[in-house]
Design a protein around this ligand. Sequence first.
Ligand code: UFG
Length: 335
Amino acid sequence: MADLKAPLLITGGAGYIGSHTVQYLLKQGERLVVLDNLVFGHREALPEGVVFVEGDMADAALMERVFAEHRPEAVLHFAAFAYVGESVTDPLKYYRNNLAAPLTLLETMSKFGCHRFIFSSTCATYGDPVKVPIDETHPQAPVNPYGASKWMLERVLRDCERAWGLKSVFLRYFNASGCDAEGRIGEDHDPETHLIPRVLMVAKGEIEKMTIFGTDYPTPDGTCIRDYIHVNDLASAHALALEYLRGGGETTAVNLGTGRGFSVKEIIATAEEVTGKTIPVEYGERRAGDPAELICDPAKAKAVLGWEAVNKEPRSHIESAWKWMTGPRGGRYEG
Ligand code: UFG
């Protein structure tokens, strides 16, 4: 019998971005072992054909067993907490989960000679931009513990490269959004704080109205501008990052976005068109820690990974998210 190729270990593979990447990689013929403690992940988000291990990357005995049994060729590391506001009020929770917990995973990788790591980093490592679009040479000055925890893990990964040859790609996501086109999997956060799903929750009647956080920003319509990157485009970037490392690529950081920005008001207007509903809004105070404008310079992603976003218009993100929210599951995995 021919040898099976070594699997990939996907931490947080039952979460929002993780599960979309799992689906993509499975279609590409990869063997996958998903590790998820299901604190935020959903067992139902995983397709047939993946090995699922319920547990935590900080559990050294479990990590030892997983690596001994599966001998993964590479790790794609999605597992993290991602509420910026909560990270400000409870920083230790973020440093423990996003920075300390992966150390056990990395120690196990070192022990088993697993030398490839693809890391779900964030544009929040840049902090308040001093220029847009933001490229990878932009100073890294995170303004909240969430961004700091991701930035610090990047530093750890660089040190691991020097010490034992770990090669990493830091994928710095801009605003992940959208869902699987077929509506089988989607975004299900509890609580949900992100703009697009919240707007659609209003359209669906689950919440009464939308609060726009700040209308006095120095932008054309006064509301914040973000670069919305479709979750399936993030998935394809992970596959290309893997090919890059398999080809002997060095540790590098890559921004993932479209290079185009849309305001909060533009997103709400597009959601009204897509859903055919009027979305009541109220104007609220600025949310602490929100930069006026975050737009990605995606040139390095194209040059180094050969990656470019396919879904450049937020309309397709909103359409796919609406399909998920109005589909059989109604936008929720449980209950
Ligand atoms: N917004 C509102 N009303 C809402 C929700 C959001 O006006 O009810 C606004 C926000 O103020 C912001 C924009 O919509 O201007 C986008 O907000 P999201 O919460 O959807 O996304 P963020 O830009 O705050 O955060 C995202 C990721 C983080 C990541 C960050 C990087 O969710 O994990 O991008 O800046 F750190």
